[in-house]
Design a protein around this ligand. Structure first.
Ligand code: ZN
Length: 300
């Protein structure tokens, strides 16, 4: 099982180091844009998921939803969309981040991982040690932030940064923490002006169960104009809002909703240097917005 995730990384490293300039010779067989020269990449296409809540027991269910079956259902849909990559913004595991949860998650994601790299953030229902045991080889450039899993993904014309807001396993609130925020500020100062999207689990309200250092994060990124959007989950709701022109994109849950008015599903994104188109793929819950497209322009 590990091999396929490992292959994703090898393929990426191989292309980056070996054949990046040759363009047309690099065919992945999936129609994605890894092999294209930077100048040729006008857009990158992503599958965005949150709150998969995969259980060790496949029959586990909540509010009438079966998280294992839900992910199983969206996998072929994602594969047929041929994304350049997949991001899952945490709450990967059912409740407490058990090894069996991650083993099932890996099994379910393998058909995707054979074709596109899968990047995962940790949520409050994940366990960092157990996650790393099962996903021992993952794609992306891992960053030196102590006790946090932070990854930078350069996929022109966009950069994604996966941050880690897991504070305590199976307690609701989250925290990036001072060291990670400092790393982020330093990194954003140093990197080029590629439009950058931050991805992590926790929601951005001011409740006790949200990301507890939201004001500090916001004041840090507000003046850094290359930060264009934040992708997050946690609320099991689909919605768009803004802070100082930074788009805040709340991804729907794959596992289950908390309210009948919310969709269950995933979001297909086409990202350019100027903005993004976000298409909802609802599979359950409210189907009202299924296939609706939200168009966003990045701040300049
Ligand atoms: Zn959740």
């Amino acid at each position: 099982m590990a091999e396929i995730f490992y292959k994703s990384m090898n393929r990426r490293t191989f292309i980056k180091t070996g054949l990046a300039g040759i363009g047309a010779l690099v065919t992945i067989g999936t129609g994605n844009s890894f092999g294209l020269r930077k100048s040729e990449r006008k857009a990158t296409r992503w599958a965005l998921l949150a709150d998969t809540h995969i259980p060790a027991d496949v029959s586990n269910n909540y509010r009438g939803f079966y998280p294992y079956q839900n992910l199983q259902k969206v996998v072929p849909d994602i594969i047929s969309a041929l994304p350049d990559g997949v991001v899952i913004t945490g709450d990967l595991a059912r409740l407490t981040g058990e090894l069996g949860d991650y083993a099932n998650l890996k099994k379910l994601l393998n058909p995707i991982a054979e074709k596109s790299p899968v990047f995962m953030a940790l949520g409050n229902h994940d366990n960092r040690e157990n996650f790393v045991k099962v996903f021992d080889k993952v794609p992306g450039e891992k960053q030196p932030v102590k006790n946090k899993l932070v990854t930078v993904i350069e996929r022109p014309p966009i950069r994604l940064i996966i941050l880690d807001s897991l504070l305590y396993v199976n307690k609701v609130s989250g925290l990036l923490g001072k060291a990670q925020r400092q790393w982020l500020e330093d990194y954003l100062k140093e990197c080029d002006n590629t439009p950058t999207i931050l991805c992590f689990h926790h929601s951005l309200e001011d409740g006790d169960g949200d990301l507890l250092d939201v004001p500090r994060l916001f004041s840090a990124i507000k003046p850094i104009r290359k930060v264009k959007a934040i992708l997050y989950g946690h609320s099991h709701a689909y919605g768009f809002s803004e802070f100082e022109g930074i788009h805040l994109i709340n991804l729907p849950a794959v596992g289950y909703n908390f309210s009948d008015t919310e969709p269950v599903g995933w979001v297909e994104a086409k990202l350019t240097a100027e903005g993004g188109d976000f298409t909802l793929h609802a599979i359950a819950g409210s189907m009202n917005k299924d296939r609706s497209v939200k168009k966003l322009a990045w701040r300049v």
